[in-house]
Design a protein around this ligand. Structure first.
Ligand code: NAP
Length: 250
């Protein structure tokens, strides 16, 4: 029996990077999927890559910073896939700039996409997961929610918020049989980090913070996301697990 056989999962930010890797790991583990992000074409590519595993993969273009779209995503998933067991709040954005030079619009944009969207997702699934007294929420935080780095104050504030929200919601929903955990990647090679790692000076500076002296691959996040969605993690809630080459431990 596969770890997620018969389960239905929503994965946000599934159009590329870490979200696509999580979606493919879930498909391989037997879950049916609702794939959400803004780019329909890239979501269709993820669905195409998941197809060999034989599970349904619905493409649902969604802007996670729009509460109504998140609610529609949850309603459509339940209607078309016949239920909902797992929510992965993975969609995120980052813009690097000294705080003194950051526009208020950038604060709002990063907080909306990285933190408010997690609240919108959790709120939208709440009535359903509480009614069935079962469910898994996996939030994607970041090592920068726990470790400081110049230029990332707003991103870090949002990810620190995700870690705190995860802790409290894990405690709040324990009585409902719902586990809420976060995974916090360190530096992973994706579109989000491409520009930084394409510059040798920045790349050397960032890699110095990582005891393993390398960045992660998106595929290395999938197995932890499967664990947090599966029965194997039923006694764990409110936690954030760092998957970062030792960055947060140094
Ligand atoms: P990425 O390759 O840039 O992917 C970001 C994903 O988020 C895309 O699928 C994007 O899809 C989606 N997204 C962005 N804004 C959205 C919106 N308003 N509505 C819906 N979807 C939206 O980045 P990634 O590295 O895979 O990042 C995934 C998550 O991991 C993020 O939460 C990020 O903060 C976190 N993380 C990344 C790293 C790293 O080093 N890469 C480290 C720690 C944490 P569309 O553009 O199609 O909407």
């Amino acid at each position: 029996m596969k770890a997620l056989e018969g389960k239905v999962a929503i994965v946000t930010g599934a159009s590329r990077g870490i979200g696509r890797a999580i979606a493919l790991a879930y498909a391989e583990a037997g879950a049916a999927l609702a794939l959400a992000a803004r780019s329909k074409q890239d979501l269709e590519e993820t669905a195409h890559l998941a197809a060999p595993h034989g599970r349904r993969a619905l493409v649902i273009p969604t802007d996670v910073s729009a509460v109504g779209e998140v609610e529609a995503l949850v309603a459509r998933t339940r209607k078309d896939l016949g239920g909902l067991d797992i929510l992965v709040n993975n969609a995120g954005v980052a813009k690097v700039a000294p705080l003194a030079e950051t526009a208020v619009e950038d604060w709002r944009w990063m907080l909306e996409t990285n933190l408010s969207a997690v609240f919108y997702g959790c709120r939208a699934v709440a009535p359903h997961l509480i009614a069935q007294q079962r469910g898994k929420v996996i939030n994607v935080a970041s090592v920068l929610g726990a470790v400081g780095l110049p230029g990332y104050a707003i991103y870090s504030a949002a990810k620190g918020g995700v870690i705190a929200l995860t802790r409290t919601l894990g405690v709040e929903w324990a009585r409902h049989g719902i586990q809420v955990n976060a995974l916090a990647p360190g530096w992973v090679a994706t579109d989000m980090t491409h520009a930084a790692f394409a510059d040798t000076r920045i790349s050397e500076r960032l890699t110095r913070d990582i005891p393993m002296r390398r960045v992660g691959r998106a595929e290395e996040i999938g197995p932890l996301a499967v664990y947090l969605a599966s029965a194997a993690s039923d006694f764990m809630t409110g936690q954030t697990i760092f998957l970062d080459g030792g960055h947060s431990a140094a």
